[in-house]
Design a protein around this ligand. Sequence first.
Ligand code: GAP
Length: 514
Amino acid sequence: MTQEELFKKLIAHSKEYGFIFPSSEIYDGLSAVYDYGQLGVELKNNIKAYWWDAMTRLRENIVGIDAAIFMHPRTWEASGHVGAFNDPLIDNKDSKKRYRADVLLEDHLAKLDEKIEKEVEKARKRFGESFDEGQYRTTSERVVALQKDRDAIHARMVKALTDNDLTELRQIIVDAEIVDPVSGTRNWTEVRQFNLMFDTKMGSVAEGANTIYLRPETAQGIFVNFLNVQKTGRMKIPFGIAQIGKAFRNEIVARQFIFRMREFEQMEMQFFVRPGEEMQWYEYWKNFRMSWHRALGFGDELYRFHDHDKLAHYANAAADVEFRFPFGFKEVEGIHSRTDFDLGNHEKFSGKKLRYFDPETGESYVPYVVETSIGVDRMVLQILSASYAEEQLDGGESRVVMRIPSQLAPVKVAVLPLVKKDGLPEIARGIIDALKYDHNVHYDEKDSIGKRYRRQDAIGTPFCVTVDHTSGEDGTVTVRHRDTMEQQRVAIADLPALINKECSLRSLLEKLKN
Ligand code: GAP
């Protein structure tokens, strides 16, 4: 199965089993907006709990807030979003399709990288054991030429983005002979800037009403509350404020399912530090956030850091955690050293002091900020794509299994009475009553046991508990494990401990290194 096929199957599977639906589907949907179904919402809530506990509950110096989506419009002038939250867009005159100019170039660079890697792999096979990769990369005429071409385009792109030079950005696309994937032509318009914020009117009459924005990031709700939290919580630097909430961006190119949405959810944490200490905290948070991802156990090779080519208007250092999606390595999280840009600007625009008096140094200053910012929806996509597997079983059968980490699985246990009579449903309901206060548990009595197992495999339920006629006699049940399909006989009284051990967030959180 190609990665493209896998991705298509994943989208269909997510809909078929109630993870994710297109928004307002009966009206043919709304581009880049999605609804989470009965299983999707459970998965999302578990991801949020994993993040929230790792970032706030386990730490004495980070607290959470829940700020409003609407904010005073001046907020977005101070933050720089009104002036600078733009993407460079370009249209193809033949297909009438719109693209982000920087993404067209990044995709082109990725293709050149792929070509280089293919050449290297071919040579590795040709030369066998005696292959010297370093030497080959510097002496193969083809590889050297491809690399030179790639580096030149990359350097021009970074400069054009940094200088905000839209004419040059278009020229690079033309010089690199990039064609529109739809029309196959190079008939490009000029590059224009496009502001990504949605606006709306506040007030009952449109005339004279204020234009307000749907927040494009949750972070500003934290910055404007910096002193409220610091004072009321008696927080001492370094300390952090965390928040989970919706954000909105009028993305030019909305594609790849829930990867790039117009309404999405962020989990952000701003860590306030002494000026000059931001780089050490930046390294700390990069490492911690990577360990949070890797603790899920999908394999370390699926993650990498990517340092930003072009720093955002507020940052002096920035890196992404990238995950290998079916469509390649892409950003799931950003770690940014935001300097004192935001608090400093809010001071200027609001006229209110946003300073911290440091009892240790006796100084008053605007703190520096290191931010960790991750999309909940991209985490959902990460988990779905890493978990989906099709397996051939003995006897010519096959199954689709979602190997979702047990702690995040939407349903932890399915309780299945072998038959709908002889008191078995009652025993099953009793088991559910014992587990449901701690876990999301399903009851299923329809179809053969084999079919019921398949249904649970397809939604990632780690445990199926089968109640049979012996259960009434000796108080035991069969526990079937999703990944190995192994079965074991367990006393009903021991079930809560077994399920807790495997499915509680604690087992995941304990893996994290602070
Ligand atoms: N406060 C900093 C900030 O918002 P960002 O890199 O623009 O930084 C942070 O966004 C994270 O939010 C991204 O790593 C991604 O996971 C998520 N995100 C951003 N735009 C998104 C979109 N259109 N759809 C889904 N997730 C998005």
